[in-house]
Design a protein around this ligand. Structure first.
Ligand code: AHM
Ligand code: MG
Length: 336
C-alpha cells in the first residue's frame, strides 16, 4: 500500500523543498480554503434536505440572480479566510466591493468565486469553488482598488474545488498541478494525482453552441472545421462536451485534455466576455499553463492581461496547446 499524503503534509513539504513562494501564512491560508470547501461540500450533499436549493430575490454585482447556496458559500469563505488571519483582504464574484480583514491582517489577497456554475445546483450537476491568491500591497494602499489589480502572472497559489461524485481540490503553487480527493471519513484532502498534464493534442472541444449566431468569423470557422470531422481540414472526428460549469469543463481538460472556449461574441461584446478575469480566468489559466496547456484571450495570454477592474470579464480560450494555437492563428490572420 502506498503512503497517504494529506494536503497539510503536502503543503508542509512545499515549505521545505521546491516552492520558494510557500510560507507558513500561505499554508494556513490554503488550509482555510480547504476547510471552506469541506463545509460547502457538506452543504451541497445535504441539498434539498437542508432547504438550501433554489434562488433568492437578490442579484449579485454582475446582475445575476443569486442562488441561496451562492450566498451561503460566500459567507463560509469569508468567515474561514478572515479567521485564518492570513489575508489582508478578500474579493468575491458575489460582492461588489472587496472586504478587508476584520481582525489580524495577513500578507495575502484572495479572489474567489464561491460557487461557480451555480445554475447547475438545482439539477444536481457538478459545481465548484475557484480561488486565486496574490501578495497583498502595503497596508496604506489597500483602500485603493487599483492596488488589488495584479496580472495573473503575480499569483502565488490558485486552484478550485470540484463538488462532483467525489470532492476534489486541484491546486498549483507554481510547480505543476496536484489533485487531492476529500476522504469523507476523515474530512482530509488526500493527494491522488501528483502531476496533472494536459496532452498537447485532443479531439474534444467545449463551447456553448447556442451562441453560434453571435460568434465572430474566427470562432465560426474554427468550430466549422472541427465539425467536419475526418473529411474536413482537421482530419479527425471531434467530440463535444459542455457542462456549463467551468470547473467541471476545466477539470475534464486537466484530466484527459480538450479545449474550452467562452469567446467574446456580439451578444456580450460591450462587457468584454462572460467569464471574470480575477475570479475565474486567471486561476484557471495558471492551472492550465502549469499542466502544460495554454490559455489565451485570442489576443494575448490571459495571465498577461493587466486588470482594469475587480469584476472585469475576458474572452477565454484554454486547454490543449494545438487547439488553442489553431484558434489564435485565425484571430491573427482575421485581424482580431
Ligand atoms: P457563474 O459564475 O455565474 O456560475 O457563471 C460562470 C459559468 C461558468 O461556470 C460556465 O462555463 C458558464 O458560466 C456557462 O455559461 P452559459 O450558461 O452561458 O453556457
Ligand atoms: Mg463563476
Amino acid at each position: 500500500m502506498t503512503d497517504t499524503v494529506t494536503l497539510s503534509a503536502f503543503l508542509t513539504q512545499q515549505l521545505f523543498i521546491s516552492s520558494p513562494s510557500a510560507d507558513i501564512e500561505l499554508i494556513r491560508l490554503l488550509e482555510a480554503v480547504a476547510r471552506s470547501c469541506v463545509r460547502i461540500s457538506a452543504g451541497l450533499r445535504q441539498g434539498a434536505l437542508a432547504g438550501i436549493l433554489g434562488s433568492l430575490e437578490t442579484e449579485n454585482v454582475q446582475g445575476e440572480t443569486q442562488k441561496k447556496l451562492d450566498v451561503i458559500a460566500n459567507q463560509i469563505m469569508l468567515d474561514e479566510l478572515d479567521q485564518s488571519g492570513t489575508v489582508a483582504g478578500m474579493a468575491s464574484e458575489e460582492m461588489e466591493d472587496p472586504v478587508l480583514a476584520s481582525g489580524r491582517s495577513g500578507p495575502y489577497l484572495i479572489f474567489f468565486d464561491p460557487l461557480d456554475g451555480s445554475s447547475n445546483i438545482d439539477v444536481n450537476v457538478s459545481v465548484g469553488t475557484i480561488f486565486s491568491i496574490v501578495r497583498a500591497p502595503q497596508a496604506a494602499e489597500l483602500a485603493e482598488t487599483r492596488s488589488w489589480l495584479q496580472p495573473g502572472r503575480m499569483q502565488v497559489a490558485a486552484g478550485y474545488a470540484i463538488y462532483g461524485p467525489s470532492t476534489q481540490l486541484v491546486l498549483t503553487l507554481g510547480h505543476g498541478v496536484q489533485a487531492f480527493t476529500l476522504d469523507v471519513l476523515t474530512g482530509c484532502f488526500v493527494l491522488t494525482a501528483p502531476r496533472l498534464q494536459i496532452p498537447p493534442t485532443t479531439s474534444e472541444f467545449a463551447i456553448n453552441v447556442s451562441n453560434q449566431r453571435f460568434w465572430d468569423e474566427s470562432v465560426h470557422s474554427y468550430i466549422q472545421d472541427l465539425l467536419q470531422g475526418s473529411s474536413g481540414p482537421r482530419g479527425k472526428h471531434y467530440n463535444m462536451r459542455w457542462v456549463a460549469s467551468m470547473v467541471a469543463d476545466v477539470h475534464r481538460i486537466l484530466t484527459r485534455g480538450g479545449v474550452f472556449l467562452y469567446p467574446v461574441d456580439a451578444r456580450i461584446k460591450e462587457q468584454g466576455g462572460k467569464l471574470r478575469l480575477m475570479y475565474e480566468a486567471n486561476p484557471m489559466s495558471w492551472l492550465v499553463e502549469q499542466a502544460g496547456g495554454r490559455a489565451s484571450t485570442g489576443q494575448s495570454a490571459i495571465l498577461d492581461v493587466v486588470p482594469q477592474g475587480l469584476h472585469q470579464r475576458v474572452p477565454v480560450i484554454l486547454g490543449s496547446c494545438e487547439e488553442v494555437e489553431n484558434l489564435i492563428q485565425r484571430y491573427c490572420s482575421d485581424g482580431f
